[in-house]
Design a protein around this ligand. Structure first.
Ligand code: CP
Length: 337
């Protein structure tokens, strides 16, 4: 079994099925704390440094929330311009300094492999919160947790899945990491719906096909969305050379109720890492889907707290002590109704 304590979490490639099963099991154990049935102070006194050098809503706040829910404290910095990176300090030097202040570090940065570089200078575990178009391992783990919990309703698991990935598969780091994780399961069919120029990188397609999975590449939704899970992604404008280039692809694959009813299975689960681009010219996941039970996007975002709590517990070696540090919740809450 992979050892988590003291280890960085930089890429999904470091996990096998056994390690993933452990992460998903500990994530599920975090439900009473995230839903405020109980609280836990196992990390009281510990400090997370949450370094976000690229915009984020969910990842940054859910890392902080997860750490607080385990009793720890969070220090944050947001945007490169507000840090000494803007004065020419290297990632290595920043890591040497920040790891002296912290017990664990979560980091997002716009350059591919920058979090690996940072980790070389860190004396505490570093968790990758997204490095450019490369990877987003914690998102992929929460996506897998979501697929597992949504599929449970249909007596299915993570094997024998039929999944569609749609949108900007070239730049979408969440679908890169998720595809690598899915390659570890059995008999997966993955249909990749994208404009040719934004199709999944060849190396990731090879990872899936070398593992024996059926991979379908297509530019059309028609006839290709009949699946267990459809995972829509945003056109990643920030990764294009210009806004005009991104505009060429916006709105090509809008999923709305009419498309869903025409092409998807009755119970196809809809996922999206969020943020969704709800501007009329993009409308990639129409708000007319909001009343569908199978729209899992907000449950998916909530699961991020569970998975990140599990990763903190594992990397800081307290996963077996959680229930020894429980307390009652004293305040009003409607979360556990
Ligand atoms: N899914 C995701 O990474 O969202 P944020 O960019 O808001 O963190």
């Amino acid at each position: 079994m992979m050892k988590f304590q003291g280890k960085h979490i930089l890429s999904v490639s470091q996990f096998d099925r056994e390690a993933i099963a452990k992460i998903l099991q500990i994530s599920a154990q975090m439900t009473p704390y995230a839903s405020r049935k109980k609280r836990c102070h196992v990390l009281e006194g510990a400090i997370l440094s949450n370094l976000f050098f690229e915009p984020s809503t969910r990842t940054r706040v859910s890392f902080g929330t997860a750490f607080n829910l385990l009793g720890g404290s969070v220090r944050e910095t947001v945007g490169q311009e507000n840090t000494s990176l803007s004065k020419g300090e290297s990632l290595f030097d920043t890591a040497q300094v920040i790891s002296g202040y912290s017990d664990v570090i979560a980091m997002r940065h716009p350059q591919m492999h920058s979090v690996d570089q940072f980790a070389l200078g860190s004396t505490v575990p570093v968790i990758n919160g997204g490095d450019g178009a490369n990877e987003h391992p914690t998102q992929a783990l929460l996506d897998l947790f979501t697929i597992q919990s949504e599929m449970m309703h249909f007596n299915k698991g993570l094997d024998d899945l039929n999944i569609v990935l749609m949108g900007d598969l070239k730049h979408g780091r969440t679908v890169h990491s998720l595809s690598k994780l899915l390659s570890l399961y059995d008999n997966v069919k993955i249909t990749m719906v994208a404009p040719k120029a934004l199709q999944m990188p060849d190396s990731i397609i090879s990872t899936l096909s070398d593992a024996g999975h059926e991979v379908v590449l297509t530019e059309t939704m028609e006839g290709n969305l009949y699946c267990d899970v459809i995972y829509q992604t945003r056109i990643q404008q920030e990764r294009f050379a210009s806004k005009d280039e991104a505009e060429l692809y916006r709105g090509h694959f809008s999923l709305n109720k009419s498309v869903y009813q025409k092409y998807c299975q009755e119970n196809t689960v809809i996922m999206h890492p969020l943020p969704r681009d709800s501007r009329p010219e993009a409308n990639e996941l129409d708000t007319d889907l909001n009343d569908l039970d199978n729209l899992a996007i907000f449950r998916q975002a909530q699961n991020g707290v569970l998975v990140r709590m599990a990763l903190f517990a594992l990397t800081l070696g307290v996963e077996d002590q959680i229930t020894n540090y429980e307390k009652p919740v004293n305040w009003y809450t409607n979360k556990n109704l």
